[in-house]
Design a protein around this ligand. Sequence first.
Ligand SMILES: Cc1ncc(C[n+]2csc(CCOP(=O)(O)OP(=O)(O)O)c2C)c(N)n1
Ligand SMILES: [Mg+2]
Length: 299
Amino acid sequence: MVTMKELPKEEYLLKGHAACAGCGAAVSLRLLFKALGNRVFLIVPACCTTVIQGPYPYTAFGVPLQNILFESTAAAASGVVAALQQRKVKDVTVVGWAGDGGTADIGIQALSGAAERKTNFIYICYDNEAYGNTGMQRSGLTPYGAWTTTTPSGKKERKKDMPMIMAAHKIPYVATACASFPLDFVNKVRKARDIQGTKYIHLLAACPTGWRYDTSKTIEMGRLAVQTGLFVLYEVENGKFKFNPPSDRLIDKSKRKPVREYFAAQGRFRSLTEEDIVTIEKWSDEDWDHYRKLASECL
Ligand SMILES: Cc1ncc(C[n+]2csc(CCOP(=O)(O)OP(=O)(O)O)c2C)c(N)n1
Ligand SMILES: [Mg+2]
């Protein structure tokens, strides 16, 4: 387990990037590069990260990168993995880095196919819970009740359970993470790097622009998502489910902060009713029951 002091000093997210102030995805990219250094090949579909790089011909990413069509991340990664194998390059980690829309909506078939073929790469879905790049339209990972430009009075459908969809592919490693718990994320990336096959990390990436909170509060927002139990940190390694800190200390509901604290902190939840909050809390309790069962089966 790497500690904060042991994190490399090198920066591969360079000055001049074009992320919004307080962008959770940018903080996460910095950590990703700290975890992997520059022996990495990044595949990026159309998403905020295409903008964060900065305008062509400049780039603020000090790593090799391919920008690819919105739906094609995992298909392109499969090609890059095959090309590296052909050239006998063994020390480069291929990473698909895609948004929630690019993952749970348009890119899901390519990802499912790559996972079924056991493609040797890490797929990271950075989940800002909407189509950020095009101005915050709803995605399959926008949570129930959240405002987006296409759900002006709050989304009426639930969020897809993307990490569990990937776990159902029986790949060797699935994990959830958030930049608010930086070492947890870095260690999960390093663990994934050293496992053969398809690895999936679901990364919550708070977004002040779309979630409507002050740009200084991105880390706080991720923490709150975990502390309220609405986002749970866990791993599924070779089919075995395990809670990670601090979620492992929140199994007892009385230890969690009230979910309404998370909703009150963000403008996008302004139209939530009391009834909605009760419903969401019930769903969250059901999720925890399910995770608890999975964890106890694995003891
Ligand atoms: C086939 C196709 N449809 C639509 C678009 C327009 N488009 C570009 S990025 C984007 C949204 C991406 O959302 P997400 O994957 O969540 O990433 P984010 O922008 O939030 O980082 C859309 C709709 C496109 N590039 N290609
Ligand atoms: Mg998004």
